[in-house]
Design a protein around this ligand. Structure first.
Ligand code: ADP
Ligand code: MG
Length: 239
């Protein structure tokens, strides 16, 4: 009899866990759909505003020019936040192909080296030739940008992005000498909406983990508070 109770209670616990999981999933689906539609609608007018601001800057007097620069910078920040939401809504891979991650590292550099300078930091990128990976190159680019962006936002003065071939896997590492994290903070990485930043979305790493997994890869963080953080990704080598 007692055994039956135990089984019943276990069953009830499992059931309530399942219901909770379903509620979480449902909420996330709803948020995704909302985020995608709002983000999409907001993006177009923003592009128009940015274009006109740039035009005005050409003829603006110095004091105004400074304000316009700030306005453009803030628009760019909005754009980054919106990208986080759009990627959160559509993390699935669109074009799957074998591509050279070395080339991707370079294109991340084009975008992120100026961003690093804005943060008074140095971004160093090193990649072996022919890092052939199977997946969606645009999504992996988003992953690398997310990781480098986080590294820079952690107050790092130096961020390293390195790609190598290790036996039969491709390893991509992002290392920073920023604030680092303690064990509790490390554990929370990738949970939706977990952010310690005033204007963070807490979606970057959630999307990042999802994309890496979808490409058959893995992502592991190690960190030491006050010293820095190391994110290691591995993907099967495609030859
Ligand atoms: P967001 O950047 O919008 O806050 P993320 O999902 O990208 O969201 O990151 C979640 C949180 O993880 C960050 O707010 C930060 O606290 C922590 N974090 C991520 N990467 C690093 C890093 N390289 N160094 C220190 N903290 C980090
Ligand atoms: Mg982030």
């Amino acid at each position: 009899m007692a055994m039956a109770y135990v089984l019943l209670i276990e069953h009830m616990i499992a059931y309530s866990k399942m219901v909770h999981q379903m509620q979480v999933t449902e909420k996330l689906t709803l948020v995704s759909a909302l985020a995608a539609s709002v983000a999409h609608e907001v993006r177009n007018p923003m592009t128009v505003v940015r274009g006109f601001l740039q035009l005005m800057q050409k003829t603006a007097q110095e004091a105004h020019s400074r304000h316009i620069t700030i306005a453009i910078r803030e628009l760019d920040r909005m754009e980054m936040i919106i990208s986080d939401y759009l990627n959160f809504a559509h993390p699935e891979m669109e074009q799957v192909e074998v591509f050279d991650a070395k080339k991707l590292l370079d294109s991340v550099g084009v975008l992120m080296i100026p961003y690093a300078m804005m943060h008074n930091a140095k971004l160093v990128i090193r990649g072996e030739d022919y890092l052939l990976v199977l997946g969606d190159p645009d999504k992996l680019k988003q992953v690398l940008i997310n990781l480098v962006k986080n590294a820079l936002e952690s107050g790092a003065t130096e961020v390293l992005l390195v790609g190598t071939i290790q036996k039969s896997v491709i390893q991509l590492v992002v290392e920073d000498n920023g604030s680092g994290m303690n064990r509790e903070e490390l554990k929370r990485l990738g949970s939706p909406f977990y952010s310690t930043k005033a204007n963070g979305t807490g979606l970057g790493l959630m999307v990042t983990f999802r994309i890496v997994r979808a490409m058959g890869g893995s992502l592991d963080f190690s960190s030491q508070q006050g010293a820095g953080t190391r994110a290691v990704m591995t993907f099967p080598c495609s030859e």
